[in-house]
Each structure stands twice: as C-alpha cells, then as structure tokens.
Design a protein around this ligand. Structure first.
Ligand SMILES: Nc1ncnc2c1ncn2[C@@H]1O[C@H](COP(=O)(O)OP(=O)(O)OP(=O)(O)O)[C@@H](O)[C@H]1O
Ligand SMILES: Nc1ncnc2c1ncn2[C@@H]1O[C@H](COP(=O)(O)OP(=O)(O)OP(=O)(O)O)[C@@H](O)[C@H]1O
Ligand SMILES: [Mg+2]
Ligand SMILES: [Mg+2]
Lengths: 266, 266
C-alpha cells in the first residue's frame, strides 16, 4: 500500500509545486516508485515535468468526473534518467470542480471524491506498486485541498520564511485539525519545510527561528535556499536535479529526500 | 465617482497584496483619497496595515452577507503620517462565501454581489469622495476574484518575473476577457507590473523581456525590485514607505504611484 502525502499551504507562492516535483523526482532517483498527482488547476507541477495537456488528454479532471478510469490518466515522466516517476496531470478545467462538487454532491460526499478514486487504484494490481504518492495542492483551502487532505496519510507543509506565510500557518493547522476530526482521523504531519530561505537577511533567519521554536521536530532540519537554478528548471520541463544537479537547490532537495526516507523507512 | 482597480493574478505569491497596500499608501501620501478593499480570506492586506479582526468586527464578509452596511466596515488606517487611506478589511470567514454564493444566488446574480455593495457606497455622500478604490484579490479565479473584476473599472496585474507566473498570465487574460464579454463590458487593463525583479539573474531579465514584448505599453516602465525592506514592513503593520522610506522598494512604489497618476490624471 503506497503512502499518500499531500503538499499543502493556502498561502500562495511558498514552494508547494517546487517541493512536490523535486522531492518526488529525488525519491524516484533513489529507486522509489513515485506517483505525483497535480491537484491544482494552474497545472504547474504538470508543466514542470513537461506535460502540456490538450482538451483530449485525460487528467485528474476526467478522473474526478468519472469520464475515465484513474489508470487511464497516469503517464510516465519522459526521461531515461528517472524511470520510476509517474504523473497524474492537471488541466485548467479542474477549476470548475469546485462549483460542480457543491452542485452535484452532498456535504458528506464532497470531501471523499479523490479518496474514492485512489481506492480504485489499489484494486489494480499493476499500478499498486507505488511506494509514495504526492499530491500538489492549489493556494486555497477549498474543495480541492480538502479532498487532498482527506485522501492523504500525511501532510507536508512548505513555508516561506516571511511574515504573511507565518501568519497563514495557524489557519492551515486549524484546517488540518478540522479535517482530522471530521473526515480523516489518521491524518498526521509529514513535516514543515522552510523554502526559499536567505541566510543574508534577518527576516528569513528570524521567521525560521520562530517556526522551529513553535513546531519543534516537525520542522525538517534541511531547508531549501533560494537558488535561481530551481526557478529556471520548470522552463526546461525538468526537476532541478536533472537540470542542474550541482546546484544548491538540487543538493537541498536530495538531502530532503534522505531526511524523508529516514523518517519513513527506518 | 471613484475609479475602482482590482489587483488580480491567480498565481500565488506574485506581489498582489504588497502592490495593493504600497500603491494605495503611496497615492494617499500624494494626497489622493484611497479605499483599500481586502477581498482575500487570508486577510494579508488587512494585517499589512495593522488590522487583526476579531469575530465581532465588521469586515467585507459582513458587508457581502448583508449583516452590516458598507460604511460600517470602513476603517481609517491609524497613522498620523497618512490621513486619507481607509480600508475595508477581511477575515478568514470570507472563505465561506464561495460556497454560500453558489448555494444562495443564481448564476446571473453571483458575479455582482460586490458591485451592488459598492453602488451603495455611491449613495452615501460622505464616503463618496474617494479618488481611487483598490481591491486585493486572492490567488484563484473563483467567485471572489470574479466579483472583484465585475466591480472594477480596470485590472492591475502583478507578475513575478519567473516561469510559472508567465504561464499563468494567458489564463488570467482569458478570464479578464470572459468577464468583459459576459458581465462587465467596460473592464480595461490598468497595467502589468513586474514584481520581485532581480537584475542579477538571466531568468528575471528574460521573463521581463518576454512580458514586455508581448504586452507592450500595458507594462509599467517601473518594475519593483526584490528588496527585503518590502518583506519586513508587514510585520510592523506598515506600508514600506513608512517603514523604510529610503529603501529601493519604497522608491519603486513611489515611482509607480507617479506613473499611475500620469496614466490617470493627465
Ligand atoms: N528554492 C527556490 N529558489 C528559487 N526559486 C524558487 C524556489 N522555490 C520556488 N521557487 C520559485 O518561486 C515561485 C513560487 O514557487 P511555487 O510555484 O513552487 O510555489 P507554490 O506554493 O506552488 O505556488 P502556488 O501557490 O501558486 O501554487 C516559482 O516561480 C518557483 O520557481
Ligand atoms: N518587492 C519585494 N521584495 C521582497 N519581497 C517581496 C516583494 N514583494 C512581495 N514580497 C514578499 O513576497 C511574498 C509574496 O508577496 P505577496 O504576499 O504580496 O503576494 P500575493 O500575490 O499577494 O500572494 P497570495 O497569492 O498568497 O495572495 C510576501 O512574503 C511578500 O512580503
Ligand atoms: Mg503551486
Ligand atoms: Mg495576497
């Protein structure tokens, strides 16, 4: 049974997609079987791995609206360097789901649409050999993120070491606790990851310290520095470890993958 | 009649709140009467100006749900340095509006809830002397952003000079054109603003060039450099021009205010 990890934070631009893609790729490079699900209508995770979908292609939208079976929307990442990374991509149309869910499903059914589809996956022998499934969430606490939290075993929270991101953290924790109480009792924290840190500024250091003192061991000892190679890699359709393996950004995500495996496989 | 400008971009973390707050403050400092409306449940614009609302306080949520009249939710920015900046703050509860709008209002009525409330403002003599009203939008193209676009005369689009932000721009333009066709014929572009630029990286320069070549004169000649003083100012409850007036960030927003007035008042 694969472990399902949602990567979530309603604050925009904190590194959710960058972390989903680069942690998934680093773990695949370490030999793990990985599925990355793009649950954001912006479809940044999909394009970061070179997927630009047309209206005919299947995506998470067709899966959630039962227009296709989940295994018909899973694609291989086209790279000879990483064999075991697959993706369930997104498209713009997914934005319509928020309204469709409210109109079509009852209050009790809405949060579990994605979970049901992932349960379908478990019945399919050939697809069931994933070690980890990552879900990249949009910058909101709407139905898409709620569905991801209800389907997940754990939640990984990227945080930018800045003021607004710190402020939003308490609201995210409230939402996670609510989801845990009402819909998904076994939801736990995978960890809190400091992203785009800059050791030259007091702001970054002070906010990082504040988060570490508040959340203790939940915070990964590895933090991801701001590194232009990380921001460049999506335009080449690659994770940063393939685009610029010797960069500080690639190095940090490889360290994160080590830390992740230590927490999960020891 | 005040001019209404929505500050929108569904991509997260590109500088919507920072631009709304600092452009509004710079224009108020230049003697204009300004109202800033926070239409984001994250309430970052509110906290950037020192407002932390309790459940009893009125906010845009109480206005939209007709629990109070619009003039009962407008507050003065508490600073002797800037007299003519007022704010209609937000609170977390606003997130519930997305679902409430779908359940309570018809498809035709949903986009115009904010516009109707702002029309109420026009009837109130004492409040009608605003020169400009800015609306800070959340990172999505849901009902809150649609309402802001339907209430606005123009839309100001902050863009980060990075790959994902560039990709999302075409989707935002599609949405603006759709709103223009279906609901708000006179909606125009106020301008496209490059935020968090970094002259030391090729990525920032290349993406900036691409945006300028595509959008031409719609792009402000002023761009906002990445400057740590800008990111520090919200933790002091102030716009950057009051927190650190001699910083590159403050200087850029003052230049933007000049450019904005040239486009609007000549
Ligand atoms: N460590 C890093 N160094 C430099 N740039 C980074 C880093 N991490 C992310 N970025 C860049 O910062 C921007 C925001 O990151 P990203 O899009 O991953 O955040 P997000 O939380 O997924 O955003 P959204 O809320 O829109 O989904 C992107 O342009 C990305 O390329
Ligand atoms: N010019 C700048 N220099 C340095 N930091 C900046 C600058 N502009 C914005 N920031 C910081 O970058 C982060 C993102 O900016 P901001 O919150 O304004 O974006 P946003 O588009 O409103 O985000 P959201 O999508 O969550 O609403 C914030 O922490 C902010 O303080
Ligand atoms: Mg993202
Ligand atoms: Mg904002």
């Amino acid at each position: 049974m694969p472990k399902i990890i949602s990567v979530a934070n309603q604050k925009g631009g904190v590194g959710k997609t960058t972390t989903s893609v680069n942690l998934a790729a680093s773990l695949a490079l370490a030999g793990k079987e990985i599925l990355l699900i793009d649950m954001d209508p912006q479809a940044n995770a999909s394009s970061n791995l070179g997927f630009k979908l047309t209206v005919q292609d299947n995506s998470i939208y067709e899966v959630l609206t039962s227009q296709c079976h989940i295994d018909e929307a899973i694609f291989n990442f086209a790279s000879t360097d990483i064999q075991n990374l697959r993706i369930l991509p997104s498209k713009e149309k997914l934005a319509a789901i928020e309204v469709e869910l409210v109109e079509d499903l009852s209050l009790e059914e809405r949060p579990f649409l994605l979970k049901e589809k992932l349960d379908d996956l478990k019945e399919l022998e050939n697809l069931n050999n994933f070690d980890y499934i990552f879900i990249d969430c949009p910058p909101s606490l709407g139905q898409l993120t709620i569905n991801a939290l209800c389907a997940a075993d754990t939640v990984l929270i990227p945080v930018q070491a800045e003021y607004f991101a710190l402020e939003g953290l308490s609201r995210l924790i409230e939402t996670v606790e609510k989801v845990k109480d009402q819909w998904n009792q076994h939801l736990e924290y995978e960890g809190i990851l400091l992203c785009m840190t800059d050791d030259r500024t007091n702001l970054s250091k002070e906010v990082s310290e504040e988060i570490k003192s508040y959340f203790g061991s939940k915070v990964y000892s590895v933090s991801i520095p701001r590194n232009v190679r990380v921001a460049e890699s999506p335009s080449y359709g690659k994770p940063v470890i393939l685009y610029s393996a010797v960069s500080r950004g690639a190095y940090a995500y490889i360290n994160l993958a080590d830390d992740f495996l230590e927490r999960n496989e020891e």
